[in-house]
Design a protein around this ligand. Structure first.
Ligand code: HEM
Length: 129
């Protein structure tokens, strides 16, 4: 059996799990969670998960789409949206001088957490639809 695909899946899933987990922690803790210094690790893990997810998509699902690809694609879109919300709203809202930055940070991490749970569900079930 070729090792390439299992290795790519590991390179995708391990950072993705950290991404979901760290988002859940920040959604729960809000701005108090910034003391955990998760910005770099969360951004890095999300970028690696996305890059390997896209590689897997092009290697294994880029042909004629079936039900599985629609489910997987919906999950991928949820994850991309979560990335945009985290990078474009959550972390930015903590810049000094932003009014209600703390509230925005917590709300954006909560929205991202919901989107990432939807992404995780889609990735886990797509083979069985
Ligand atoms: C833009 C973001 C993402 C893209 C493009 C993407 C893409 C993919 C693709 C194409 C596969 C299928 C590989 C195969 O056919 O075996 C996959 C599997 C998987 N993805 Fe993602 N993914 C993304 C985000 C996530 C996130 C946020 C999670 C959350 C933990 C996740 C968890 C998983 C898991 C657990 C599998 C393995 C499913 C299995 O083998 O049964 N992915 N992903």
């Amino acid at each position: 059996m070729s090792l390439l695909i299992p290795l790519l899946i590991v390179a995708h899933v391990v950072p993705a799990v950290f991404w979901v987990g760290s988002t859940a922690v920040l959604a729960r803790m809000g701005p108090a969670g910034t003391s955990l210094q998760l910005r770099g690790p969360q951004t890095g893990a999300s970028a690696v998960a996305i890059v390997f997810g896209l590689i897997l998509w092009f290697l294994m699902h880029s042909g004629e789409p079936g039900k599985a690809e629609y489910v997987l694609g919906a999950g991928g879109l949820c994850a991309l949206l979560a990335f945009a919300v985290q990078q474009g709203v959550a972390w930015r809202s903590l810049r000094a001088g932003r009014s209600n930055g703390a509230g925005r940070f917590a709300a954006a991490q909560r929205l991202s957490a919901v989107l990432l749970v939807l992404a995780l569900i889609s990735m886990v079930i797509f083979r069985y639809v």
